[in-house]
Design a protein around this ligand. Sequence first.
Ligand code: ADP
Ligand code: MG
Length: 670
Amino acid sequence: MTSKNSWVNPRVFFLQDTLFYLQFRPIMVTFGVMNKISERELYEVLLRVWGYTSFRRTQLETIVSICEGNDTLALMPTGAGKSLIYQVPTLATDKGFCLVITPLISLMKDQVDKLRRKGISAVAIHSGMTPRQIDIALDNCVYGDTRFLYVSPERIATEVFRARFERMRPTLIAVDEAHCISQWGYDFRPSYLRIAELRKQCPNIPILALTASATDAVADDIMQKLEFRKGHIIRSSFSRPNISFSVRKVENKNAQMLRVIQNVQGSGIVYARTREATQQLAELLREHGISASYYHGGLEPTERAIRQDEWVSGKCRIMVATNAFGMGIDKADVRFVIHYSICDSLEHYYQEAGRAGRDEKKAYAVLLVGPDDHAKAKRMFSFEFPSLEIIKKVYEAIANYLQVAIGDGAGISYDFNVYEFCKKNKMFVGTVLNAIDILRMNNYLTLTDESEHPSRIMFTISRDELYKLRVERTDLDHFIRTILRMYDGVFTEFRAVSESAIATASGYTIDKVRNLFRTLWQLRVIRYIPSRCTPLMIYADCGRLPQENLYISPESYTLRKEMAAERYRRMFEYADNTEVCRSRMIQNYFGETDAEDCGVCDICLARKKRERNKPELEEQILRLATDEGTIRQAVEQLEYDPDVIARTIDKLQDEGKISVGEMGQLRINK
Ligand code: ADP
Ligand code: MG
C-alpha cells in the first residue's frame, strides 16, 4: 500500500492493521518519562474503550511518534479522528494525564461527555463556569484521578490556572485547532501564544498539535510558536474517494436542489447562508412531500437538540441548516450535502461537504451556483469588511451594550447575543462579527462559541406545604415526585436540572415538562430559570480601554482582508473550474501535491464521457469533411461542446486525416 489515504476501504485497512497487530512490532516505546507502551497495548485500549479494531492510518503513526517522545504536528481532515490520538496513549498508561487546549466550548463539552459515558474521568474548564466550579475541577486534576483536562486558551493565561498546573503531572499536552496560534491562519487567537509558557513547567513531555487546516506557512508557525524541540509533521490525505463532488451552475437553484434530493436516496443536509433561508427551503421541500426540518443558532437549545435527534435517527430525512449545524455530530450515513450558497473558503466548504459519506459508501457533495452569485459575494465581502472606524465603533457599542465602564471588565466574561446586539444597534451581523474577529486578533476581546447554561430550579415552599399541594393537585403529583426522586437539595439551593432527563423519567414530552415547570412557577412553588445557550464575550486583561488607546495593528487588519479575499478567490476558482478534478483541486488546496484524479466528480465524469464519445465525434467530423462541410457547421450541427469539437478537429489535422481551408472548410486528406 502506498496510499497515505486515511479513508480507504475499511476492510483493506482492517487486514493491514491486524497483520500489523499480529506481528507486534517488537519495539517498546516510551511515553513521557513514566511508562512504556507497546503497540499491542494501544490496540487493546482502542478495542476495550471504543470497540474499534483498527486505527486509521495516520492515527497510529502519530500516536507512536508522541509515545516516542516527539513533539508532533498532525494534519488531518475534520472527522478523521484526531481526538483518539491523544486519548488512546493517555489511557494506555496507568497514570496518564493529558491537558487538552481547545477553543470550542461546545466540542469540549462533547468530548468530556463522551469520555465520561465510558467511565473515564474527564473535566472541562471554560469561560462559562463560576470560579468555584473551576476550583473544584482543578483540584480534581491535582489530587484526583482525572485523566483529561480540557481548557480554553483564555484560561491557561490566568494565575489560578498556572498555580494549579504547577502541581499537575501531565504526560501529554494536546493543542487542538492548532492553527489558531498562527497569525497566518484564519482564526488567530493571541492566548494560544501562551501555551509555550506551560511547557517550561514540564519540558520533558511531548506536545501534540492537531489541526484540519494548515498551509506550509501556518504549519511552520505552529511548530515554532509551540517551541517544538524538533519539527515533525504527519499529514494525512484529504481525499474522500467515496464522495462525488460537483458544481451546478443553474438559474433555478430550487429545481436543481429538488432534482438531487429526488434522485439520491437517504438522508442529507442542505446548507443555506441565512436563518430565514433555512426555514423557507425546508418549507419548500415539505411542500414537495419531502421530510425536512431546519436548524440555526437562533432556535432554542432544546428545540435544536430535538431537531438534531430526529435527523440523526432518520425520522427526518433532510436538514436545512446554517453553518451552525454539524459540529460534533456523528452521523455516518449522510448520502448528500447540498450547498445552496457558496462558502467563504474551501476549508469551510470541505468541512461541511465532508459530513457526507462517513460510512465510506457512495455520497454526493453538490455546490449550487447562481448566475449572480459572484457579484453578490463581492458585494457582501466589501460590506462585511469593516473600516477601522467601524471597528472602533463596534468596540464602543459592545462596551455600552454590556455596560462595561472604561478600565473595567479585565478577564470578565459576559453573555453576548450578537443578533440582539445588532438589532439594538442597527448593525449588520457580518460586519460586527468581522470587527469582533479583528478585535480578538489584537487581544482586546474574544467571543466564544455558545456556552450552555442548564435550567435551574429551587423549591420556595417547605416539604410539608409541598405535600399538601400534591394531595390537592393530583395532576402535578407524578411530576413533583419525579423531580424529588431525581434531584436532592432542591429545597435549599438552585439545582441544575435537565428537562430531557425528567421527560424520560416521567414519560412526559419535553414540552410538557417545561409547561409543568411554568405551572409550578406560577403557583409560586418553585423558582425556575430556563436553560440558555449564549456565547460569551470575554474582555482581555486590559479591560475596556478608552477609544483613543485602541490600537489595531495594520497586519491584523489589512492582512486579514487580503487573506479573506484570497480564500474567496480560491473558493470561486473551485466553483468556476471546468478542467481540474474537484477532489484534486481540494487536495492541492490542502497542500497535497501528488493527488490523483478521483474519477467520480462532475469534471472526471464529463471527461470520461467525452472520451467515450470521442470515436463517435471523430466519425461525425470525418463524415462532415467528406461532404465538404465547415467548422461552423460542425459546431452548429454536432451535439458537443464547441471546445471539444475544436480540439477533435485539431487532433484529426495533426494526424493528417483532414485539412482545414481558409474559410473553415473541412476536407478529407486523400
Ligand atoms: P476530528 O477531531 O478529527 O474531527 P474526532 O476525533 O471527533 O475527529 O472523531 C470523529 C469520529 O471518528 C468519532 O466518532 C470517532 O469515534 C471516530 N473514530 C476515530 N478513530 C476511529 C477508528 N480508528 N475507527 C473507527 N472510528 C474512529
Ligand atoms: Mg476534533
